[in-house]
Design a protein around this ligand. Structure first.
Ligand code: GLA
Length: 397
């Protein structure tokens, strides 16, 4: 759960102490944030637009060199250690938390970086499997730690791309670039508007009068990676058909709503609806960026609700608990907009709430959700945070 910076700082300090106690040696500490996406869902792998925010919940890694060619990796969350020989990293996804570290190490090696081995201790306060990119934050923090131990240099963009590749090849999700990108490039108090084709981005300051509040449905979808890859395949099928009919279509990014409607009859019904979500969502992200620039929070909030409806009905990645959280938010005082965020099939909603209404919002949503579902929703009020870095004990984390 997101925690205030002061407590993040003590989390890092005590991680270093715990590392010292386990391994009898000092360590360097690296951190990478989770993220929440304000708008632009499942658009990244369609060369489209996204608007993520890095949040003040992090994966922290304490690491020290070893020279025996082994990564000895311990997760405090899972209370488990694994030994990964650097000569035997290859292989399909093992459906294990260590796939992310294994993948990053393997991809770094295959890019020509010489790793020697490392002791690694992982602590995270990014909720796992909640659509807040705990996996990208683990990948990026691992990559920073491994690069430091190997004295390797990579540009921030190469780092993000390499982590995305690790997720494709070693975790089996054909994700876009959004999560790894914002884990690296996130800015305090800002959202990024990223063009996933050119990888150029704009930094958009978040208005001080609102807070980003995340409500966790506490629903985890067992088959999220499979469903995710199916959505991506539907989009690719749509592109295959449309590029025969419309000139210069490389991705759904290049398709307008009018083009899509004109060729609707050529697409299978489900593929048409998937495409309609992506085409509409790209337009909504552009409109949302304009709304943020002009501080039109009502317009931004409406776009968020529209995005949710499109994910629920056309992309079919929501679930009843997420829909209920959005409905609850829509009826609460001081809420501009709400939608599910992340890959879907469970996880969280993101809510834009007037600062002075946040406390009421939390109690109202908490009580309403409990009454209806019998579950407690964890609710996080986040700050937009800076991207991944080495933790300096004398500075802000
Ligand atoms: C996951 C993926 C991202 C993105 C989102 C949906 O978080 O890792 O690349 O596709 O889902 O927007």
């Amino acid at each position: 759960m997101p925690i205030p910076p002061s407590r993040n700082e003590s989390a890092a300090g005590s991680l270093r102490e715990r590392f010292q106690n386990r391994k009898g040696t000092s360590s360097r500490v690296f951190l990478a944030p989770g993220r929440v996406n304000l708008i632009g869902e499942h658009t990244d792998y369609n060369d489209g637009f996204v608007m993520p925010v890095a949040i003040d919940s992090y994966t922290w890694i304490a690491a020290a060199k070893r020279s025996d060619g082994v990564l000895s990796v311990c997760s405090e969350h899972f209370g488990e250690s694994v030994q990964l020989p650097l000569t035997a990293l290859a292989g399909p996804p093992r459906k294990h938390w260590s796939d992310y570290v294994r993948g990053v190490a393997a991809v770094l090696q295959s890019a020509g970086h010489k790793l020697m081995g490392a002791d690694i201790l992982i602590y995270s306060n990014v909720p796992l499997g909640a659509g807040l990119s705990s996996s990208a934050s683990l990948e990026v923090a691992s990559a920073l730690a491994l690069m430091a131990e190997a004295s390797a240099h990579l540009s921030p963009l190469e780092l993000a791309k390499l982590c995305q590749r690790a997720e494709h090849e070693y975790a089996g999700t054909r994700c876009g670039i959004m999560d790894q990108f914002v884990a690296v490039f996130g800015r305090a108090r800002c959202a990024l508007m990223l063009d996933c084709r050119s990888l150029e981005y704009q930094v958009l300051t978040l208005p001080a009068a609102v807070r980003i509040v995340i409500c966790n449905s506490m629903v985890k979808h067992e088959h999220a990676a499979g469903e995710y890859n199916l959505r991506r395949a539907d989009c690719e099928n749509g592109v295959k058909v449309l590029q025969r009919l419309i000139p210069n279509v490389r991705a759904l990014r290049d398709v307008s709503r009018a083009d899509l409607e004109q060729h609707r009859g050529e697409l299978a019904e489900r593929v048409y609806r998937r495409c309609r979500h992506v085409v509409g969502e790209n337009q909504r992200v552009l409109a949302a960026a304009e709304a943020l620039r002009t501080q039109d929070l009502a317009a931004l909030g409406n776009l968020m609700y529209q995005s949710h409806t499109s994910m629920r009905d056309d992309y079919e990645i929501s679930c009843s608990q997420l829909d209920f959280l959005v409905d609850l938010a829509a009826g609460a005082e001081g809420v501009y907009g709400a939608r599910m965020t992340g890959g879907g099939f469970g996880g969280c909603t993101v809510n834009l709430v007037r600062s002075d209404a946040v406390e009421d919002f939390q109690s109202r949503i908490g009580a309403g959700y409990r009454r209806k579902t019998g579950r407690n929703s964890e609710i996080y009020v986040c700050a937009a945070a800076q991207g991944a870095r080495e933790w300096q004990s004398d500075g802000e984390p």
